[in-house]
Write a protein that binds this ligand. Structure first.
Ligand code: FA5
Length: 348
């Protein structure tokens, strides 16, 4: 049986178009759809494109009609492809929405924001007050030599006062400083008066731990050396500090004290925050809490660093930062600062 070329091309076209429609329908994703497009409509070697080559064998009068038909089939397949592509894109979008869905009504992840430790905050407040009064902040080493911790401060070896500042010894003549006073000597060795410094830092002592004592604590040392400095300056300066730190309602008083590196010496007491002065466990029934030791710098200390003691006098003090933080916030046990109990720390 002979098949008319015109018919065979039409039939061929119809078969290709039917196959293309079926494959487009089956395409499961955009990638599969793209390969169907290339297979049937590709410029080079696409099955529809190839049918145009058969046009040459047709009688001339048939060519326009068949050519038109090829174009119609191509346009139709392009439209079907476009519709399918749209459907696949929408399906992909829906799938993405389904798998990447976020429930915005769920509670968020809360981030804990930290804050400064109450001792650090108190230290900063003390510094701010003295900076406002014209003092400069300096640092000194926590590991000291016996000379700076003792001899330079007029505490000779075998002197009974060494017991007051007994420390942890590291071997040789090194020890953990038991107060910030050694930095007085270090500062004066380097500069001539006027000297006006405060020294914040850690101290270590072989003290039995109780509500107001720890083996590690902080002090802020103060030193003012110039011509004509008197005990009146000491009282005025520390009184102003107490007013700024604790407010006018807190009472303070000076009591006689003994320090080998000051003469005369005085301790400064603040009335107990817990019992308002009537006596309790925290203030050891005295009604007062000692926050600092102070005095006029002993001439022997000034001579040790080569200062002219006829010309210069000085005042010095060393305050306990934890004790001040306790008074400020009504904390009744120094150990709480170092137990890292968040229930305690979160209150400040
Ligand atoms: C001294 O350390 C002297 N260097 C202070 C000084 C400096 C006097 C300059 C004169 C001139 P004292 O040992 O008293 O002094 O300690 C000073 C303050 O540190 C005390 O008033 C107290 O507030 C604090 N402090 C002392 N020991 C402890 C401790 N174990 N735990 C917590 N705070 C302490």
């Amino acid at each position: 049986m002979t098949v008319e070329p015109k018919m065979s091309l039409r039939e061929e076209l119809a078969a290709i178009a039917a196959e293309a429609r079926a494959q487009i329908e089956r395409a499961a994703d955009l990638k599969a759809l793209k390969s169907v497009e290339v297979e049937f409509l590709g410029r080079k070697g696409g099955k529809i494109t190839n049918t145009l080559r058969g046009l040459g064998q047709l009688p001339a009068e048939e060519r326009p009609a068949v050519g038109k038909l090829v174009n119609e089939v191509r346009d139709e397949l392009e439209a079907v492809l476009k519709t399918k592509e749209g459907a696949l894109r929408e399906a992909e979008r829906q799938e993405k929405l389904r798998t990447e869905r976020v429930d915005v009504t769920l509670p968020g992840v809360a981030f804990d924001s930290g804050h400064l430790h109450p001792v650090t905050r108190t230290l900063r407040e003390i510094k701010q007050i003295f900076i406002g009064l014209g003092f400069e902040v300096v640092d000194g080493p926590e590991v000291e030599t016996e000379y700076y911790n003792f001899e330079g401060l007029n505490i000779p070896a075998d002197h009974a006062a060494r017991d007051m500042w007994d420390s942890f010894y590291l071997g040789g003549d090194l020890l953990l400083r038991s107060h910030t006073s050694p930095v007085q000597v270090r500062v004066m060795e380097k500069q001539q008066p006027p000297v006006r410094v405060i020294v914040p830092g850690k101290c270590f002592r072989r003290d039995a731990v109780d509500a107001t004592h720890h083996f590690q604590f902080h002090q802020v040392e103060g030193l003012l050396v110039d011509e004509g400095i008197s005990f009146a300056h000491l009282k005025g300066l520390l009184g102003e500090f107490a007013r700024q730190m604790f407010g006018k309602q807190r009472k303070s008083r000076f009591v006689p004290e003994y320090f080998p590196f000051t003469e005369p010496s005085a301790g400064m007491m603040i009335d107990c925050f817990a019992c308002e002065g009537s006596g309790c466990r925290i203030c050891k029934q005295s009604g007062w809490i000692e926050i600092l030791g102070s005095g006029m710098v002993h001439p022997a200390v000034l001579e040790n660093v080569g200062y002219d003691t006829q010309k210069y006098t000085g005042l010095a003090f060393g305050m306990g930062v934890e004790r001040i933080a306790m008074l400020r916030h009504g904390i009744d046990d120094i150990r709480l600062f170092y137990e890292n109990d968040l229930r305690f720390l979160r209150q400040f």
